[in-house]
Write a protein that binds this ligand. Structure first.
Ligand code: MN
Length: 205
C-alpha cells in the first residue's frame, strides 16, 4: 500500500509564495487522489503494491499493459509530489552549500543560471508537467517531463522537482506561470535538495 505523506510543516508555511488554499487542495485532494487511484489499480497485485514507489516507476515494463498507463500517471503523481513537499520548506531563501554548490557552479555557472534555466524549461513545457534537477551518471542535469512522468522512468534520479501543472499555482497566480516560477525559489529547501544530491551520487545515479 502506498500512503499520502504528511507535510513536515504547517500548510500555510509557504505563504506568501504558495498560498494555503493551494497547498491544502494540492496535497489533500490531488496527491491524495493519486495515492488512492494507485492503491486501487494495484489492489490485486501485492508484489507491485508492496514495493518502494521508485522501484515501481523504474520497472514500469513489469506492470501489466492493461493498467500500465494508470500506474504511470498515478504512481508518477505519488512519487513526484512526495518529493515536491520535501524540497519545499518554511525557511525562506535558503542556499545550497558545500560540494553541492561547487557542482552547481561547475555545471551551470551559478545558482542564478540554474534557476533561470529551470524557469525557462518550466515555461517551455506546454500544458501540464514538471521541471527537474536530476543526477544522471554522477552529473547534474535539467530536464522536464509531461503529465506525471518521473525522471525515474528514464533511470535518472530527481533531486528537485517543480510542479508546473495549473493546479500548483492557478488560485494565486492564475495564468501567470512565470510569476509562480519566480516566487517558488524563495521556498526551495536547499538543505533537502543537497541531501538528495549526495544520496543520488551514492546510488550511482
Ligand atoms: Mn501537482
Amino acid at each position: 500500500m502506498f500512503t499520502l505523506p504528511e507535510l513536515s510543516y504547517v500548510v500555510g508555511a509557504l505563504e506568501p509564495y504558495i498560498d494555503t488554499r493551494t497547498m491544502q487542495i494540492h496535497h489533500d485532494k490531488h496527491h491524495g487522489a493519486y495515492v488512492a487511484n494507485l492503491n486501487d489499480v494495484l489492489k490485486d497485485l501485492p508484489q507491485l503494491l508492496n514495493q518502494p514507489i521508485e522501484d515501481l516507476l523504474r520497472n514500469l515494463a513489469k506492470v501489466p499493459e492493461m493498467i500500465r498507463t494508470k500506474v504511470r500517471n498515478n504512481g508518477g503523481g505519488h512519487a513526484n509530489h512526495s518529493l515536491f513537499w520535501k524540497i519545499l520548506g518554511p525557511q525562506k531563501d535558503s542556499e545550497p552549500a558545500g560540494a553541492f554548490v561547487v557542482a552547481i557552479n561547475n555545471t551551470f555557472g551559478s545558482l542564478v543560471n540554474l534557476q533561470e534555466k529551470m524557469t525557462a524549461a518550466g515555461m517551455g513545457r506546454f500544458g501540464s508537467g514538471w521541471v527537474w534537477l536530476v543526477v544522471c551518471g554522477g552529473r547534474l542535469e535539467i530536464m522536464d517531463t509531461s503529465n506525471q512522468d518521473s525522471p525515474l522512468m528514464e533511470h535518472k534520479i530527481p533531486i528537485l522537482g517543480i510542479d508546473v501543472w495549473e493546479h500548483a499555482y492557478y488560485l494565486k497566480y492564475q495564468n501567470l506561470r512565470v510569476e509562480y516560477l519566480k516566487a517558488i525559489w524563495h521556498v526551495i529547501n536547499w538543505v533537502e535538495v543537497e541531501k538528495n544530491y549526495h544520496e543520488a551520487l551514492k546510488a550511482r545515479g
